[in-house]
Design a protein around this ligand. Structure first.
Ligand SMILES: Cc1cc2nc3c(=O)[nH]c(=O)nc-3n(C[C@H](O)[C@H](O)[C@H](O)COP(=O)(O)OP(=O)(O)OC[C@H]3O[C@@H](n4cnc5c(N)ncnc54)[C@H](O)[C@@H]3O)c2cc1C
Length: 436
């Protein structure tokens, strides 16, 4: 492949000391001019889970990419994510599974309770869903681990893409917030739920589903007291959960009905009080986790999704621009699958793209991107719909219906194995090749 301006910039042999600040300074094309045109073969927009996992998958297959991130560093907020066995398959395939596994508790089962603390049902994964692997992972550490395996200067921070234009040559012009222009042969939009790349491709805005989530991370410096179980607690139009993350951290969430997303609140201490207010008289172990949560790690998120309707939704790919992860299929977190699916997307896309690039013609690349979209569409459509449906059922607020759910459906009819069937996903280990 032709040497690009950016890869020439990257070719410096001097390895810098650790630290994103230095990395950023090492590759700051805007240091001397506000509008330099750069050329890249593959540009990934967004250094979230999808972007970093795609960059790392490509890197292991010997393909270089440049990641543009709007923030001036990796996102450190976002508390934790529960990753199921499909997520772990991918993390293993890209060589970071064990490093992360060692830092987070393996969850052995789950307990369902009502808001008065009564246990409705409990499961052990090894009995009900053997082979399942569940761990809550701190998002910050996941991002840092993925980025630490990328070659130096793979991520260009403070680089917000504000406009996208197709060129006559078939390349794509990305215009950054500061006026820098970048020409890319292939653009991979990993820019999350409000993706400008998806918008440019004709996707509508994701839709608010009628409930919001509070999330936080309780800290127990002397050791947390919980068994390695996910706890789900169900009330009327309100539910909460807690998941041990490590020996000293416990992740919690609350989902509550709200006709609108409500005003944006930036003060986390107000958010924490609002969360506590919702849970008055709820089980004391849950409240204890909230009390042990530093204010600044409490976040509120209005939940949204976008269904990939056959015939109506644009395809994931248009002229060598492709969307991945939340940028393509934002889904509600009711199945804990958004990040897992973003990871799945990344290995599938990278595998197809790397094989096509070896063949070395535009048609192969276009076919590979199309094949990615076609292979993944059905699974993503169904999971997005299923997550939405599960959320609607769990957010019921009618006391009679909730009583029926808590006293009949959960104790007698819920089965774990079929519920977790969607976590079956296989992918091959991406054997690392010498870096490009
Ligand atoms: C309440 C809640 C709980 C969740 N729990 C789970 C869970 O337990 N398990 C699970 O698997 N998933 C969960 N998810 C879903 C998960 O968080 C997302 O699916 C996942 O973060 C998607 O990753 P992504 O990389 O596609 O997008 P993001 O993580 O949103 O990353 C997008 C990146 O793109 C950057 N960006 C955006 N716009 C631009 C631009 N114009 N230019 C440059 N960069 C840009 C952003 O700064 C960001 O770094 C949850 C979601 C929510 C809301």
């Amino acid at each position: 492949m032709a040497t690009t301006i950016a890869s020439a910039l990257f070719s410096s042999n001097s390895r810098l000391p650790a630290g994103r600040e230095l990395q950023r300074r090492a590759f700051n094309p805007r240091a001397s001019s506000s509008s330099i045109s750069l050329k890249e073969d593959i540009v990934i927009v967004g250094a979230g889970i999808a972007g970093l996992a795609t960059a790392l998958s490509l890197h292991r297959l010997g393909v270089r990419s440049l990641v543009l991130e709007q923030g001036d560093s990796l996102r450190t907020g976002g508390t934790s994510l529960t990753l199921f066995k499909n997520g772990w398959r991918v993390l293993d395939a890209i060589g970071v599974g064990d490093e992360l596994r060692n830092r987070f508790i393996e969850i052995e089962g789950l307990v369902m309770r009502s808001e008065d603390g009564r246990e409705l049902r409990s499961f052990l994964f090894e009995e009900e869903a053997p082979g399942q692997e569940v761990r809550a992972v701190e998002r910050r550490l996941l991002l840092e681990t993925l980025s630490s395996r990328l070659p130096l200067n793979s991520i260009l921070y403070s680089s917000r893409v504000r406009a996208i234009k197709k060129q006559g040559t078939g390349d794509t012009l990305l215009e950054l917030e500061d006026g820098t222009e970048m020409l890319a042969k292939i653009v991979i939009g990993c820019d999350g739920i409000r993706s400008p790349v998806a918008k440019w491709m004709g996707f509508p805005e994701p839709k608010y589903v009628g409930h919001c989530a509070f999330r936080g991370l309780g800290l127990y410096p002397a050791g947390q007291p919980f068994k390695a179980r996910v706890n789900y607690i169900y009330g009327n139009g309100l539910r909460a959960g807690l998941v041990p993350v490590s020996q000293t951290q416990v992740y919690w969430f609350i989902c509550f009905n709200s006709p609108t997303p409500g005003p944006r609140v930036d003060d986390p201490s107000i958010l924490k009080n609002q969360a506590l207010e919702l849970l008055r008289n709820w089980p004391s172990d849950l409240l204890d986790v909230l009390h042990n949560t530093p204010d600044d790690v409490v976040i509120k998120t209005p939940l949204v999704d976008r269904w990939l309707w056959p015939c109506f939704s644009p395809p994931a790919v248009a002229n060598k621009v492709v969307v991945v992860g939340d940028a393509w299929h934002p889904m509600t977190p009711n199945l804990g699958q958004g990040a897992c699916c973003a990871l799945e997307d990344s290995v599938v896309l990278a595998g197809k793209l790397a094989a096509a690039l070896k063949r070395g013609n535009d048609e192969s690349v276009e076919a590979a991107l199309r094949s990615f979209g076609e292979e993944r569409w059905g699974r993503m459509f169904l999971l997005t719909a299923r997550a939405n449906l599960v959320g609607s059922l769990l957010q019921w607020d009618n006391p009679v219906v909730c009583g029926f759910r808590n006293n009949i459906v959960i104790p007698w009819f819920v089965r774990l194995a079929p519920f977790l069937e969607h976590t079956n996903f296989e992918c091959e280990f991406l054997e690392p090749v010498a870096s490009t």
